[in-house]
Design a protein around this ligand. Sequence first.
Ligand SMILES: NC(=O)c1ccc[n+]([C@@H]2O[C@H](COP(=O)([O-])OP(=O)(O)OC[C@H]3O[C@@H](n4cnc5c(N)ncnc54)[C@H](OP(=O)(O)O)[C@@H]3O)[C@@H](O)[C@H]2O)c1
Length: 326
Amino acid sequence: MKALVTGGTGFIGSHLVEALLQRGDQVRCLLRKTSDMKWLKGFSIEVTYGDCRDRTSLKEAVKGVDQIFHAAGVTKAIHEKTYFEVNALGTENLIQACLENNPSIQKFIYLSSQAAAGPCRNGNKKSEPDPCEPVSAYGQSKRRGEELALAHAHQIPLLILRPCAVYGPRERDIYTFFKLLSKRIKPCLSGEDQHLSLCYIEDIIRAILLAAQSQTSSGEIFFLSDGQDYRLQEMGDIFARAMEVNAYCVRVPKWVMMRAASFSEYFSKVLRSPPLLNKGKVEEILQRNWVCDITKARRVLGFEPRIPLEQGAKLTYEWYKKQNWL
Ligand SMILES: NC(=O)c1ccc[n+]([C@@H]2O[C@H](COP(=O)([O-])OP(=O)(O)OC[C@H]3O[C@@H](n4cnc5c(N)ncnc54)[C@H](OP(=O)(O)O)[C@@H]3O)[C@@H](O)[C@H]2O)c1
């Protein structure tokens, strides 16, 4: 089997490349000339250069592969339009390149996001048939990417995966939470506690591989998580236990987060580097229910999460320590 992975230098993509190689696949990675290859060092991969925003640059990348794993995406950007250029139009470009240069592709997996569907409004878990109500430009761009992909579901066999917040080695967002805990600060939101889904990277990778093997019909969408419903405070407690620290809950009011996002956005424009926090991210953080339902992934893909949060937190913390990130 020959696979193309986009986003192979990233958190999820690099773990996926590793798993595909372990499965015995030949792996081609679409990289940019500026891509940092540190997580791909030592892997026997074929490299092709291109950018999702430039359709012609994708032509050689898609030729002759059996499966495409589209994990390239922008989760932080200086300008909102970048989300749409990469996450939405970039997906359309890759599919078009595939239709023109490899129309007999066996599977196209698009890594979307729970953010494309938005938070759960009815108090239950969000499931695939629920309406999509993304609350950030990132979420809207991922949903647009889904819509553009779905328009081609009759032309190529494609599946859309919507992972929740993924954590594990090499991850840099939830890492901030670990960093604060290492300073004995457990950030808590003011008011009612938030509910969320989480998943350890190893489980996400297994779900992606199951989706690639599945015979289910083109155009199906699957939420992915470890199947649990966590409260934000509970997550902090579990991480703190894994790190063996006593952390103190520091309540952060909404206005403080919004002010921090404004500063962060301002400096990101000055420094020309994506902000750590932006108003869209704050809007996402403030939603009360980010729990998704993985019944469909269990039933159709045979996905069964294996790593509970306690174990995943320990593995992640040990990796951060080994890398001197903490
Ligand atoms: N991490 C999560 O919790 C999570 C949850 C749900 C969904 N997702 C989705 O999963 C995917 C991977 O996420 P991640 O956390 O692994 O992100 P990441 O670590 O930021 O990696 C993003 C990857 O996309 C590549 N990329 C960005 N812009 C590109 C472009 N214009 N052309 C080609 N490649 C480009 C980057 O390449 P360079 O090295 O060149 O920058 C990098 O390899 C994303 O689509 C994201 O939306 C992630």
